[in-house]
Ligand binder design. Structure first.
Ligand SMILES: C[S@@+](CC[C@H](N)C(=O)[O-])C[C@H]1O[C@@H](n2cnc3c(N)ncnc32)[C@H](O)[C@@H]1O
Length: 280
């Protein structure tokens, strides 16, 4: 009998999107993200970047990994009225829809969808289908004028090929010139962080890394807010992935270079890098 058959958790199985979805559907995580959506709202750095890079309040925006709607409702409060958001954790989608209804945000549509498989969702399929149209016709007009994937959500997708798929789907859904805003960690951001990664690089070189991790740069940890999978890229990786998926890099900066955040925001989230690109 294997450890899984005996009911004990498998401590060596690779992390998959199912692992991440289950972690976000866990009641501890749902309470954490729902509280932030209700009480915290946008970080100051998010507000500055959104208003700078999405100047048109009438733009049709697509927000990936919306969670319980913290950024979604923040966009609504800033005056954006044509918002489509999605998340693959159904418990969080339920919370986001509930919050949108409470705030009278009728212009927000929230889908239950996986960023790496958007072509399987009826709302996006027509724009992402690989199949040629049955009869010759003009390709459908991309339905969005801009896309966001905030608070490092894109980096919670295990496997670089899957993160690339998500970025490519967002690109295919946006018109040329559309802005993209994402955040990630940056494992090279400081001398201190670079030093912390040296022993991890040695573990990978020797094959002694946590067997659940998919790639170097991955972390999987547990704290009072639940279990978290996170890929921590370096700057070169994100520049390459944007270019490979049709996004032209325009700007990136660490959060502390953009704004000084409140204590509440710093308690909720640590340092990250903001990335702005446009659909090439
Ligand atoms: C750190 S949370 C951020 C939630 C919300 N945007 C916020 O800032 O409070 C990351 C979100 O990304 C979602 N996510 C991760 N992988 C996803 C995927 N493949 N497709 C859709 N959503 C995903 C998670 O379910 C989670 O809600």
């Amino acid at each position: 009998m294997t450890s899984r058959q005996s009911g004990a958790p498998d401590t060596s199985a690779k992390i998959t999107s199912d692992t991440v979805r289950a972690d976000f559907n866990d009641p501890v995580a749902v309470v954490h993200y729902t509280r932030a959506a209700h009480k915290l709202g946008l970080w100051e750095s998010e507000r500055i970047c959104i208003e700078r890079f999405f100047p048109d309040k009438n733009a049709r925006l697509l927000e990936g990994g919306c969670g319980a709607g913290r950024v979604t409702l923040g966009l609504w409060k800033l005056g954006y009225r044509r918002i489509t958001a999605f998340d693959f954790a159904d418990e969080l989608v339920g919370q986001a829809r509930d919050l949108a209804a409470r705030r009278g945000a009728a212009g927000i549509t929230i889908h239950h969808a996986d960023a790496t498989r958007l072509g399987e969702h009826p709302a996006f399929a027509a724009h992402l289908s690989a199949a040629p149209p049955a009869a010759p016709s003009a390709p459908p007009v991309p339905p969005f004028d801009g896309a966001l994937f905030m608070f490092n959500g894109l980096m919670q997708i295990p496997g670089r090929e899957n993160r690339l798929a998500a970025l490519a789907h967002l690109r295919a859904l946006c018109r040329p010139g559309a802005p993209l805003l994402i955040t990630t960690h940056d494992r090279d951001a400081t001398v201190f962080e670079r030093a912390l990664w040296i022993p991890e690089a040695e573990r990978w070189a020797a094959g002694n890394q946590d067997p659940r991790l998919v790639e170097y740069g991955d972390r999987y940890f547990e704290d009072q807010h639940g279990r978290t999978f996170m890929h921590l890229p370096n700057r070169a990786e994100i520049l390459a992935d944007l270019a490979a998926t049709g996004w032209a890099h325009r700007y990136d900066a660490l959060r502390r270079e953009i704004a000084r955040e409140s204590r509440a925001v710093r308690d909720f989230s640590d340092e990250c890098r903001f990335w702005h690109a446009v659909a090439a």
